[in-house]
Design a binder for this molecule. Structure first.
Ligand SMILES: [Mn+2]
Length: 392
């Protein structure tokens, strides 16, 4: 018999009972549904019992909750709209819109990003299959509405830092829905003064976003120059992942080099894979006296074929599945806040860009719930509250 033609030994057959898909189905049984049942009851109370001809008695006459997914008024995940922001400390997690796009340098429209994410979030439930987490059973969440931004970059930055500072110092975890990427600066400025130590930044993007000014203003090409001027946000703890292509301005590259930020390009991701890159990014972001890591997710870090709804689309970025994995690996170590920026619905197709923005936030949230990081056990260190950011 000719050895070169022998059939290789069959690999071990996979055990269906050890597949993650099967194990996740088992885990579902152990998730409580107390909040869900209470909520169904409440909906029938306030929405009135349904018509006699309807057999399912959880159906109300007026739609007042998750169902039908095509009905209702869309806050994020149809969560409670928290009108009185003074109550935000009663919640573990707040989704806050920042409708701001005058920092854009090409296509505008990200001021409608928060609305687009809220609208498409209606098709999600609060249960995440893979992790076996049902958010409503574990964390108190609200939609805090939007920051009042105006047609002036610097004054809007002040409004944004004030709002973010208020949410963060209340002990509530902020998900910040942009808006353009210039928001990275006022967002970090609202949080950094409340951190007892340094703050690291993991910045996922195709663009380097660290020049001082662009067309004489602090545009969306500039957030990290100004954020890393904050005394406890050192550039050595800024990690920029996914950078590359033809839209990386040389003035920004010069600053990144001078300040010694950590740059992991898409080629590096290709060479080393998501797990290794996540490990490196976490190590660099948390190095030294860092007590909190801020996560900045620019939707345009994903290949433009998946995210048409953005201002500076660039081919060759992450696949959605890759970036979701990266985000979850970062979230597993705990972050202090997350922003999703550059969703621009006017250029979107079937809401897919906004949908990925929502997905990114919810995957990060579910991961932190699964890890026991949320609900947060302690409030921010500084009680300085809404004007705490003025300390820097
Ligand atoms: Mn970008």
């Amino acid at each position: 018999m000719n050895d070169s033609h022998h059939t290789p030994p069959a690999s071990e057959p996979l055990d269906p009972k050890q597949m993650k898909g099967y194990l996740a189905a088992l885990k579902e049984e152990s998730i409580p549904n107390k909040t869900y049942l209470e909520e169904m009851k409440r909906q029938v109370e306030i929405g009135l019992p349904g018509a006699d001809s309807i057999g399912d008695k959880t159906i109300s006459t007026f739609s007042r909750g998750e169902l039908p997914h095509y009905a209702g008024i869309n806050t994020l995940l149809k969560l409670k709209y928290l009108e009185d922001v003074r109550e935000v400390g009663n919640y573990d997690v707040a989704f806050l819109g920042i409708p701001f796009d005058i920092g854009t340098t090409y296509r505008s429209g990200t001021r409608f990003g928060p609305q687009a994410m809220r609208r498409i979030s209606a098709l999600y439930t609060s249960y995440f299959y893979e992790l076996g987490v049902d958010l409503v059973e574990n964390v108190r969440m609200c939609d805090l509405g939007d920051v009042f931004t105006i047609g002036n970059i610097e004054k809007s930055f002040d409004q944004v830092s004030r709002a973010v500072s208020h949410v963060y110092s209340s002990g509530c975890f902020p998900f910040l829905m942009g808006g353009d990427h210039s928001l990275g600066y006022p967002n970090v400025r609202g949080i950094a003064p409340h951190v007892d130590g340094d703050i690291g930044i993991i910045h996922i993007d195709r663009h380097i976003d660290i020049q001082e000014k662009d067309m004489d203003e602090r545009m969306h090409t500039c957030p990290w120059f100004h954020a890393t001027n904050i005394p406890n946000a050192p550039a050595k703890n800024l990690v920029q992942v996914g950078i590359g292509g033809w839209q990386v301005p040389r003035p920004g590259v010069k600053i990144a080099r001078e300040r010694g930020t950590n740059i992991i390009s898409m080629d590096d991701v290709d060479d080393h894979g998501i797990d290794k890159v996540a490990e490196m990014a976490l190590e660099m972001a948390w190095k030294g006296n860092v007590k909190a890591v801020y996560l900045s997710f620019d939707i345009d870090s994903v290949d433009c074929g998946f995210v048409p709804g953005t201002g500076w689309p660039e081919p060759g970025g992450f696949l959605p599945r890759e970036v979701l994995k990266l985000l979850k690996l970062v979230a597993r170590e705990g972050i202090c806040a997350m922003e999703v920026v550059e969703v621009s619905p006017a250029y979107d197709t079937s809401d897919i860009t906004a949908l990925l923005g929502v997905r990114a936030m919810l995957d990060v949230l579910a991961t932190m719930v699964d890890e026991g990081i949320l609900p947060r056990k302690e409030k921010a260190v500084s009680d300085a509250g809404i004007d705490g950011w003025k300390g820097t």
